[in-house]
Design a protein around this ligand. Structure first.
Ligand SMILES: [Fe+2]
Ligand SMILES: [Fe+2]
Length: 379
């Protein structure tokens, strides 16, 4: 393995805050963002359905798991965003005031009272849901690309159902932001950089690795966290539905790449390991929410340094990798080339998840129960 951290992520120390925060979105008003996708569209003349039984099973499952974002969710629910933010904070801080778990003496945050922390909570939620929405569009575009580039018919079939799923996810997050929340944030620069890299890569498996394994693996963990935390019934239901789809998507990545990666050389695996590391760092960087601090008029570096001291914040950051690490292990990415990625994940302090359940089969546990999609009217 020859690439250095500087080559892979643009800095030597993954925790170099100055360098992380210097990456900012400078096209905040752009409406169209164009990326060259560098890949050939592949036809296959091998039409035998079920040649890959696991993918075929997933495809059949997807057909019967479709839901309708307009009619299956209780959109008439009244959402009091400040109330939701307070409830979340109570659940997380065990009854303490927001921000009460960090020492802000002598900092720009010292003068903050309940009002400022509440506004920060509201902005933070607007930011989080906006980034989810942008990530979902990334998944929509990437999966459409997989339909074109993957050489297996069972995978093309499955990917086509995921395209529909992702359209629905963009749709429901956009609607929730528009109707229930109080503001919108442009795509975070770290997230956009990662999505650009995934789309630009010419190799079909890199789309899967970047999207299904890394971005969606993280999304599944993050949605799960928020689903557990929130008491807002519409968001809870929305996340429940989205997660039932997401678990299939991650399984699609694991099942497809498991076969393909078994055949790759060490040199080819090295490129995948480096890509997984780059993606992991970009995703961790985006969760620093630098745009929210800017919006609140607090220097991001000062604020992020403080927030990172809160023990629950560190746990949250680590938890985001609880699906990614076992899935990388299952694909052989952790241990190839002398365990290069294992070392990197150890440095990022996320290696402890390696023996957690991988997502190859877990999608069954996330599936909506019989009748669950129509039960919302009474929920
Ligand atoms: Fe999605
Ligand atoms: Fe997805």
């Amino acid at each position: 393995m020859s690439s250095t951290n500087v080559e892979l992520i643009g800095r030597d120390d993954p925790n170099d805050l100055e360098a992380i925060l210097s990456v900012a979105n400078t096209d905040r008003d752009e409406v169209i963002h164009s990326v060259k996708d560098n890949a050939a569209a592949i036809f296959t003349w091998e039409y035998e359905k079920g040649a890959r039984p696991a993918l075929n099973k997933l495809y059949e499952k997807a057909k019967t798991s479709q839901w309708n974002g307009e009619t299956d969710l209780p959109w008439d629910t009244e959402v009091d965003q400040e109330h939701v933010v307070l409830a979340n904070s109570l659940a997380q801080n065990g009854g303490g005031v927001m921000g009460g778990d960090i020492d802000v003496t002598g900092t720009s945050l010292e003068s903050w009272g309940d009002k400022e922390w509440l506004r920060f909570g509201v902005e933070s939620q607007n930011w989080m849901l906006s980034q989810f929405m942008h990530g979902e569009q990334g998944a929509l575009v990437c999966t459409a690309k997989i339909v074109e580039t993957v050489p297996w018919i069972d995978a093309k079939y499955y990917a086509s159902t995921q395209v529909m799923d992702e359209a629905r996810h963009v749709e429901v997050f956009a609607k929730y932001l528009d109707e229930k929340l109080s503001g919108y944030y442009p795509v975070n620069a770290h997230l956009r950089m990662l999505l650009d890299d995934i789309v630009a890569d010419s190799r079909w498996d890199m789309t899967y690795l970047g999207m299904q394994i890394m971005v969606e693996g993280l999304a599944l963990a993050a949605f799960g966290f928020m689903h557990q935390l929130t008491t807002e019934p519409l968001l809870k239901q929305l996340l429940r539905y989205v997660m039932s789809d997401e678990a299939r998507h991650v399984a699609f990545g694991v099942l497809s790449l498991k076969e393909y990666y078994a055949e790759l050389s060490d040199a080819e695996m090295a490129e995948r390991q480096e890509f997984a590391f780059e993606a992991a760092v970009r995703m961790r960087d985006r969760f620093l929410q630098q745009e929210v601090w800017e919006q609140m008029g607090i220097p991001p570096k000062e604020a992020v340094t403080l927030v990172m001291q809160a023990p629950q914040r560190k746990l949250f950051q680590q938890m985001l990798f609880s699906k990614i690490v076992p899935n990388c292990k299952k694909l052989g990415l952790l241990d190839a080339n002398g365990g290069w990625l294992r070392t990197k994940f150890t440095e990022l302090e996320v290696i402890q998840f390696e023996d957690w359940a991988d997502t190859g089969e877990e999608y069954e546990a996330f599936a909506l129960a019989e009748g669950e999609t129509t039960a919302t009217a009474t929920a």
